[in-house]
Design a protein around this ligand. Structure first.
Ligand code: AVJ
Length: 293
């Protein structure tokens, strides 16, 4: 038997994958993005008071920078550093941010946050705010999440350092299921696109049409899992190797952990953060959490 096949979710985000993810955020079933935005818009005054003004905002996984624009406005940011794996996509987004906020010193940095970020030289050490919205922390298992939060603590450390992070909370399994297996099939296309991206990266010959999208909530691990299941037995080849798949054999492509708020607060404390404050939507589906270094 072969070991369980898996592909890291970071490979979702080539140009096409980033576009498909943007489409996901507009789906009726995918509540996290609009719920987070509703919290930031509805409780922005209180959140803004907790954060304070003239911040140096660092956003790992900045993507389209749509949230960065809102946040930088809210806290009258002096500097912004967007970091993303999809560097080309990010460059365009940061350029638009500069146009929208002419006073802002905005930079784009290509990179993988799990590998450590090289910040631009001369970035002020004081008043740093690490902004990690979108519940991307959910992609990491709790020990990895702790390590990542520790890295963010180091990134923000200095006078008045802080973190503002979005966390998706545990909720009804049917709501979660629908959010990751939408009726229009956009999440299925997003999931399959990882194979197209991989083909380009390693020269493999995956046929995306041969793979079925699967998503379900695993209550024990408190996570949504996404998989691709082989529609028929097949052999995938690339220069220097091959992998046979039995019919229905799965490739694990993503975990999306859903936290209970007290558990997440504990994780923050373990990473060295203090004075956490959380703002939730009315349904209690999502939290924006602010904490100091
Ligand atoms: C970008 C990791 C927050 O887990 O909800 C959306 C990615 N995967 N639909 C999430 C995703 C399937 C998303 N994150």
């Amino acid at each position: 038997m072969w070991p369980q096949a898996q592909i890291s979710p970071k490979y979702f985000y080539d140009q096409r994958g980033s576009e498909l993810f943007e489409a996901i955020t507009r789906l009726p079933e995918y509540y996290p993005t609009r719920t987070e935005r509703a919290i930031l818009d509805g409780q922005g005054a209180a959140i803004g008071r907790a954060i304070g003004r003239r911040r140096v905002v660092i956003e790992p996984g900045a993507g389209s920078c749509a949230k960065a624009l809102r946040l930088c406005r809210l806290v009258q940011a002096t500097h912004f550093v967007g970091v993303d794996i999809s560097a080309d996509y990010l460059e365009g987004a940061v350029a638009r941010l500069r146009t929208a906020l002419p006073g802002l010193d905005a930079r784009a940095v290509g990179g993988d946050i799990t590998a450590g970020i090289a910040l631009p030289a001369g970035l002020p050490q004081a008043r740093r705010l690490v902004f990690y919205p979108g519940s991307s922390i959910g992609n990491f298992d709790p020990p990895q999440a702790l390590q990542l939060l520790r890295g963010m603590h180091t990134l923000a450390a200095g006078e008045e350092g802080a973190l503002l992070i979005g966390v998706d909370l545990r909720k009804d399994a049917a709501v979660l299921q629908a959010a990751y297996d939408d009726a229009a099939g956009v999440t299925a296309a997003f999931n399959r696109n990882v194979l197209t991206h991989l083909n380009r990266l390693i020269g493999s010959d995956f046929d995306p049409a041969q793979w079925r999208h699967e998503a379900f909530f695993d209550a024990h691990h408190s996570r949504v899992e996404m998989h691709l299941a082989a529609r028929s037995p097949q052999c995938v080849r690339w220069p220097g190797g091959e992998r046979r798949f039995a019919a229905c054999e799965r490739i694990h492509t993503e975990n999306s952990y859903k936290y209970r708020l007290p558990d997440f607060m504990e994780l923050l404390a373990a990473a060295g953060f203090r004075q956490p404050q959380a703002w939730l939507d009315r349904r209690g589906w999502y939290a924006l959490v602010h904490a100091r270094t």
